[in-house]
Design a protein around this ligand. Structure first.
Ligand SMILES: O=C(O)CCC(=O)c1ccccc1C(=O)O
Ligand SMILES: [Mg+2]
Length: 334
């Protein structure tokens, strides 16, 4: 197994309530299984996965990728496990002569996956312009980062977006910024502005608080909470209408697919997003989303946030959706 570090600066920082994301450092993972090559990507994000040093060490310690996965050697390193899993699945899908999404179990051909635009914190006019551009480009949904400013200032931003984009599906992601009290005040105002989804309004520990916010006119999506607890615990606490599945943080596209299926079996929806991964992990997440019937718009429109990428022209947005690669495996070989 080969492990190669990379560093990808963002074209500009993504401002969130949990801090700004400025660049992404990770590792390309290359395997050969029964003579077939596979490529994966491990792109840890502190706060969401193991730290980069731990990820790199875990990857370099691996002698046999399949044995490492079978022995659950990467249980404490979700990004490393993601990279190895994606490489192994890529090789397996290639060997089977199938695009990755079909190999993962998609019941039928799938041309593309709908995606939401991702708009970081910024002043109202800037936020509204970014949202309007996204609508003009054909995005079916726009997600705004909130919680950096006081609630009243976020409401101003959302109102500015609504004026310019009367019909788009609006989502907001607070990354855990609000107290229960603030959220109980703000959620009805979001509902009045036609916001469809609020992602992680309360801190990751909160389960009962999220459960209490449901049924107030805005779907409650849990993201960080899935990692703090477990997807099972979030479902058992009835804390979410939607689970936000990040394969890098959940330890691989296989694990993330299990979470999506488990949620849906209980009548809870799920969507796929990334930690702003490089092209290979982003493409893997697109295959995962494509393997799930009728998935709602996913947070996979992040290629444009990167100033450079490990591969160009892979899993990029065209008119509000990302085309699904129909060749063998994850992405075409170089
Ligand atoms: O979901 C999206 O639209 C893009 C991805 C995103 O918002 C994100 C990116 C990196 C780390 C955390 C998050 C998040 O969803 O909170
Ligand atoms: Mg989120």
């Amino acid at each position: 197994m080969d492990v190669e570090p990379f560093s990808l600066p963002l074209s500009r920082p993504l401002e969130t309530a949990a801090g700004a994301i400025e660049s992404r450092e990770g590792f390309l993972v290359e395997v050969t299984i029964d003579g077939v090559d596979g490529v994966g990507e491990a792109t840890p994000l502190p706060g969401w996965t193991e730290p980069p040093e731990v990820c790199g060490r875990a990857l370099r310690d691996i002698e046999q990728p399949r044995t490492a996965l079978e022995g659950d050697e990467l249980a404490d390193a979700p990004a490393a496990r993601h990279g190895v899993t994606l490489a192994v699945l890529d090789a397996a899908a290639r060997a089977a002569g199938q695009p990755l999404y079909r190999y993962l179990g998609a019941p039928e051909h799938r041309e593309s996956v709908p995606v939401n635009a991702t708009v970081g914190d910024g002043p109202p006019a800037e936020t509204a312009s970014a949202a309007e551009n996204a609508v003009n480009e054909g995005y079916p949904a726009v997600k705004l980062k909130v919680g950096v400013r006081p609630p009243a200032a976020d409401i101003d931003r959302i109102e500015a977006v609504r004026r310019r984009c009367p019909d788009v599906e609006l989502r907001v992601d607070a990354n855990g910024a609000w107290s229960g009290e603030t959220a109980l005040e703000i959620v009805p105002r979001l509902a009045a502005l036609g916001v469809a989804v609020v992602e992680q309004p309360l801190s990751a520990e909160e389960l009962a608080g999220h459960a209490e916010l449901r049924g107030r006119g805005v779907a409650i999506a849990v993201d960080e909470g899935l990692l703090e607890h477990s997807p099972r615990a979030v479902l058992a606490a009835e804390a979410a209408d939607i689970l936000v599945c990040k394969p890098m943080a959940l330890g691989g596209i296989d694990r993330a697919r299990d979470v999506v299926e488990t949620a849906r079996a209980e009548g809870i929806d799920a969507l796929v997003t990334t930690t702003i991964d490089g092209a290979i992990a982003r493409a893997g997440a697109v295959h995962l989303a494509a393997s799930v019937p009728e998935i709602r718009a996913c947070g996979l429109a992040t290629a444009g946030l990167l100033a450079s990428d490990i591969r160009d022209g892979i899993a990029t947005v065209e008119g509000g959706s990302v085309p699904v690669s129909q060749g063998k495996g994850n992405i075409p070989p170089r």
